[in-house]
Design a binder for this molecule. Structure first.
Ligand code: 5CA
Ligand code: ZN
Length: 412
């Protein structure tokens, strides 16, 4: 699938240091990527509605990871998926009397525009589930042959993963079985499906149903892929057996990333699937998680249509730390617009305090688990001083603008 168009990223003098990130599996802040290359797989949208600020915040989070890695001199391989076939998409299309393919194409196109406006560096591979069906089916067949998957004998053709064949199951989310059983049905799982070996067994392949789209599955029979195997298969095929970062919002901690990891590890024998499982906090509105099912959404495209500067949206979203669940408010946007104006005026000053210092400071803050509030505080202090006429570094305004552009993705 086509990705979106990227922007030029300014080259900064020198090099950033290694990035430490919080890993949900080991529950600690740990250095990422000791080598010269880094790989990242991020769980992208299910395109049945427009990109909201929650999606945007998560995409910006992993854009920051890519920017910090690049600044440290790493060669970054980044893959993101689009779940362009799944139950929620079919349900929305049915509700609106629309072709599910048209719905998915329209919302994916809008997402690309939003990503471009927010200056998200595009992934090297932007991959749809539909175009990946043959390779996903191959992985399901391997699991079946390996005894890690089984077919229900109710004539549906549905195939499930047997979680008892994944000895590490639970290591990624660190949840108790009781907690898993509670969350599983809230996040697309079907614990009560008759004939399953374990209520937590996730669906790998859904046999063809009357009135639903399906694809030939070879020995599997016609059907469509389950959600977790979609991400496992795409990541394995494009990035290899082990990846540095598996990313998404914290709503994917369980079952999605746990199950994807279990599938991948069973397929390759290599563990852990991801060195870091990185989860962005949920953006909420009026005290509740922003979600398509609740309908409490603020769309990036709506803000753009209202001529809100996308750089102010981006700055508002990174004014809180990526891991914290946070609330979107009008005040947050107003504060970001005001800050953006101040930074722009400061970048136009003839001189300011040391540009090298502000660059080093922002680098250090971001290398510490993407501490954007800390980085912004340093940028604010530099801008305030420059506007007050402090400092004699004539290169500093330009370097300040390049720093916030390259590292925070904020074009002044
Ligand atoms: N297609 C799957 C992932 S494979 C999916 O979860 N799609 S989604 O459209 O629901 O979400 C897209 C991305 O945005 C995911 O990484 C998800 O974790 C994240 N996300 C969803 N809602 C929010 C929110 N309110 N705040 C922050 N991130 C969110
Ligand atoms: Zn995913």
């Amino acid at each position: 699938m086509e990705s979106w168009v990227g922007h030029e990223v300014p080259r900064l003098p020198g090099r950033g240091g290694p990035l430490a990130l919080y890993d949900s599996a080991r529950q600690g802040l740990l250095p990422s990527t000791p080598g010269g290359a880094a790989s990242m797989y991020v769980c992208g949208i299910t395109p049945y509605d427009a990109t909201h600020l929650g999606h945007a915040a998560t995409m910006i989070t992993f854009d920051l990871v890519q920017r910090v890695w690049r600044d440290a001199g790493l060669d970054v391989r980044y893959v993101q998926n689009v779940t362009d076939i799944d139950d929620p998409l079919l349900e929305r299309a049915e509700r609106d009397g629309e072709d599910w393919k048209v719905l998915a194409m329209r919302e994916t196109a809008l997402f690309r525009e939003d990503m471009e406006a927010l200056r998200i560096i595009p992934p090297a591979h932007y991959v749809g589930a539909v175009e990946s069906i043959p390779e996903i089916a191959d992985k399901v067949l391997l699991l079946l042959k390996d005894g890690a998957a089984y077919r229900l004998d109710d004539g549906t053709g549905d195939i499930y993963f047997d979680v008892s064949t994944a000895p590490r199951f639970g290591y990624e989310s660190n949840l108790t079985r009781e907690q898993m059983l509670e969350i599983f049905p809230e996040r697309g799982g079907d614990p009560d499906r008759a004939g399953k070996r374990d209520p937590l067994d996730p669906l790998l392949w859904r046999g063809a149903r009357q009135g639903e789209p399906s694809w030939p599955g070879g020995e599997l029979g016609a059907g469509r892929p389950g959600w977790h195997i979609e991400c496992a298969a795409i990541a394995l095929n494009l990035l290899g057996d082990r990846i540095d970062v598996q990313g998404g919002g914290n709503d994917l901690l369980f079952p999605h990333h746990e199950c994807s990891a279990a599938h991948a590890e069973r397929l390759t024998g290599a563990a852990p699937f991801a060195e870091h499982y990185v989860h962005a906090g949920m953006i909420g509105l009026n005290g509740e998680k922003m979600s398509k099912s609740r309908g409490n959404l603020v769309f990036v495209s709506r803000l753009r249509a209202d001529r809100v500067d996308p750089m102010a949206v981006r700055l508002a979203l990174v004014s809180g730390h990526y891991r914290s669940d946070r609330t979107w408010t009008d005040e947050l946007l107003v504060a970001a617009q005001e800050r953006l104006g101040r930074w722009r005026r400061a970048a136009a000053a003839t001189a300011g305090p040391s540009g090298a210092d502000v660059l080093a400071g922002v680098r250090a803050r971001l290398a510490d688990d993407l501490d954007t509030p800390g980085a912004i505080a340093l940028a604010d202090a530099w801008a305030d001083a420059a506007l007050a006429g402090t400092g004699t570094d004539r290169d500093a305004p330009g370097l300040f603008a390049d720093t916030v552009d390259a590292l925070l993705g904020i074009r002044l």
